[in-house]
Design a protein around this ligand. Structure first.
Ligand code: FUB
Ligand code: ZN
Length: 697
């Protein structure tokens, strides 16, 4: 294809069509008319569909969520490209993500036939379909991970690899818009039939398709995937399915489409897409769903009738994301009420201290309230990611720091544990205690159900988009790490913010602000809920009012060279669980800053087994932690040592039951060594536990 001045003929022709289409639209609808040129688009956009997309902001300036015009969003996203994460905690993980995890997962998806599933449909492969019915989604999540990586900068190898796959995916779409690699050939007659709607993941796959298409568009300006997604929604779903006697009813099966549809609506302004999300969230009374099914699938009954979290944890988290997205657009108070009830249920009786969710392996499900077993914990990586995604949306709705606290907890712990430090092995389950003698291999490079690995990859790749938000009053800082923001306030004034820190190892953060011109606005500084003290100063002058678990609003006329210094108290804390979490009675967990810690047997003195240790807690126990930075251990960590006791063998303790004795058990003093939970299972197979008994000696 000829390409003059970096501008292909196809792009030229199609953008000319688009410009014509734009100019026909009525004035006054600035979100969707396209009357203004994109502010900072660097490439011309190939417009292939007649659907006009919002250009306020332009494709490359849309964040993880484009809530720029969402009437019930208090906070707006900052695009991924606006935040550059410098050397430090997350840079290390993200480098490995783009250099190792994403490329190796791409190869594994190939090797396991997931990409051939698409090629078979276009005559490029003769291989049989491989993988479960939701396998398409894994290719889409991987593409989304690439797309987010591209939002942070050029990655030609990844772009080339993904472009090739994108081409095959789009070519596999049927003329009527339907796209699925399982419900073809012999399976085509089952397509969108009630049983397939319940178990077949057609909508789930296409929800992930839309998310990857959205991220890809925001990375490249290339609409190819997005137009295929619009084709599926507008030409296949909307005319055939939905409420009304002339349409077939829909059952979501695995929520995911809901949140994707709302995001699509944010780009197209096509209210039918938002309404379809609302319809899926309500359920269709023409389908008689058994209670056990609307529990497990977390759909099929009105979302607003829910009173607690139950059923499949990933489904529940994605449904909550979709419902929050729907609320952000509609402001429906019934949704808001339910979302708050469910969030309270989550934090009061359903969440692990790591931010992981889903206690039961059976049904990958939430358990009863306070049913939070440690060794048997399911805590699927995808569920923790769903938890983070949900809290991001709740934060956008409120600007309340409790949602950012939870997001940070899940991110640093229950999500971060999901990928090995070398980026090639993944946890599907993230238990809080582990004994390898049971034969369980906790980290694997591949799962036949490989939902978690590309989910972890897309999360790490999108991370810069979670650092800041804007509001009409100013800017919010949510996450701490060495980084540079290059963005603007909502009034258009350019703003750079640089963070210098060694967080999460160190609690001091230096934040330098540089607005393009002296401007009055509020800098909302997150004071994490895990600290018991934060000292804040602006240009050397102490500032009162920092309250853990809240944003500190600092309003002033800011000008270049203004500096905020903050020092969080990072003293390790012991946490207790509600007594109804029976497994944790008489035990404590250790947390330092945002990091939950655990014991691995390999770090304990010779001959000490985890099931026979306890912590000696005195009145000043926290101060008795010894902190040591080990540059070469587990990628560089602060480990914690604390006095404990190791019990010896005793005849009676080898029995199942024995008579109570008031005599303390015989023990010897030992020093117990804790490592951050996210870093567990990265050496040899060894027992691990998060909750440690307290010595009664
Ligand atoms: O069903 C699709 C995905 O596979 C779910 O989200 C995960 O829990 C796993 O079952
Ligand atoms: Zn998963």
């Amino acid at each position: 294809m000829s390409n003059t001045q970096g501008f292909s003929r196809r792009q030229f022709v199609s953008s000319a069509i688009s410009a014509a289409a734009i100019s026909c639209l009525p004035n006054g609808r600035d979100l969707f008319t396209g009357t203004t040129a994109p502010k900072s688009g660097t490439r011309e956009i190939a417009q292939q569909s007649s659907v006009v997309l919002t250009i306020t902001p332009s494709w490359r300036d849309q964040g993880i969520l484009n809530v720029t015009k969402s009437p019930y969003a208090k906070l707006r996203n900052v695009p991924v490209h606006a935040v550059t994460i410098g050397n430090g905690f997350w840079a290390q993980r993200r480098e490995i993500n783009v250099h190792k995890s994403i490329p190796s997962m791409g190869k594994l998806l190939e090797a396991n036939g997931r990409v051939d599933n698409f090629r078979r449909l276009i005559g490029k492969s003769t291989a049989a379909q491989r993988g479960p019915v939701y396998s398409d989604s894994d290719v889409y999540k991987w593409t989304e991970a690439v797309a987010f990586a591209l939002q942070s900068g050029e990655r030609p190898e990844l772009r080339t690899a993904a472009d090739k796959i994108v081409k095959d995916i789009v070519a596999a779409q049927q003329p009527n818009g339907y796209l699925n690699t399982y419900y073809v050939g012999d399976h085509a007659s089952q397509r969108m039939e009630p049983k397939a709607q319940q178990w077949g993941h057609e909508l789930y796959n296409m929800g992930h398709f839309l998310q990857s298409a959205t991220a890809y568009y925001r990375a490249t300006g290339d609409r190819t995937l997005l137009d295929a997604g619009i084709h599926f929604v507008n030409d296949f779903l909307l005319p055939n399915f939905g409420p009304g006697p002339d349409k077939k009813p829909l059952f979501s099966g695995h929520p995911e489409m809901e949140l994707a549809l709302v995001e699509l609506y944010r780009m197209t302004g096509d209210k039918r897409q938002l309404d379809l999300a609302g319809y899926l969230l309500r359920g269709d009374s023409r389908i008689h769903v058994q209670p056990r099914d609307y529990v497990y699938h977390f759909c099929g009954t009105p979302f607003t009738s829910r009173t607690h979290l139950e059923g499949h944890a990933v489904r529940a988290m994605y449904a909550c994301c979709g419902a929050t997205d729907y609320y952000l657009e509609t402001g429906d108070p019934a949704y808001w009420k339910t979302l708050n009830v469910l969030w309270k249920d989550l934090v009061s009786s359903q969440m692990y201290v790591t931010g992981g969710v889903g206690a039961r392996s059976d049904g990958e499900a939430f358990g009863d309230p306070y049913e939070l077993p440690n060794a048997r914990a399911y805590g699927e990586s995808c569920a923790a990611i769903g938890n983070m995604m949900w809290n991001w949306r709740m934060l956008a709705a409120t600007g309340e720091a409790r949602f950012a606290d939870l997001l940070e907890r899940a991110l640093y712990n229950g999500i971060n544990s999901g990928m090995s430090l070398d980026g090639t092995l993944y946890c599907y389950r993230n238990p809080l205690a582990f004994d390898p003698s049971g034969g369980d291999k906790i980290r694997n490079e591949w799962y036949d159900t490989t939902c978690c690995p590309p989910n972890l990859e897309r999360t790490l790749a999108s991370l810069p988009g979670y650092f800041y938000s804007t509001s009409g009053d100013g800017i919010y800082l949510h996450l701490f790490d060495n980084s540079e923001l290059d963005w603007h306030l909502e009034n258009g004034v350019g703003l750079k913010v640089r963070q210098k820190t060694n967080y999460p190892w160190d609690g001091s953060v230096e934040i330098s602000l540089a607005p393009a011109e002296p401007t009055e606005f509020t800098f909302f500084l997150r004071i994490p809920g895990w600290t018991d003290n934060a000292e804040v100063g602006v240009n050397g002058k102490a500032l009162a009012g920092a309250t853990p678990g809240q944003y500190l609003p600092i309003r002033r006329r800011w000008s270049a060279a203004d500096v905020i210094r903050v020092q969080f108290n990072m003293t390790p804390q012991f946490l207790e669980a509600n007594p109804q979490v029976v497994e944790n009675n008489g035990r404590v967990a250790v947390q330092r800053g945002p990091l939950v810690y655990c014991l691995e047997q390999i770090d304990q003195p010779e001959g000490v087994t985890l099931k026979d240790v306890a912590l000696n807690l005195g009145a000043k126990s926290s101060a008795q932690f010894q902190e040591e930075f080990h540059k070469d251990l587990l990628g560089g960590i602060i480990l914690l040592r604390h006095a404990g006791a190791a019990y010896g063998e005793s005849a009676e303790h080898n029995s199942l039951y024995f008579r109570y004795s008031a005599e303390p058990r015989k023990s010897r003093p030992v020093s117990l060594t804790f490592i951050p939970y996210y870093a567990w299972a990265n050496r040899t197979a060894t027992p691990m536990q998060v909750w440690t008994p307290i010595s009664r000696a």
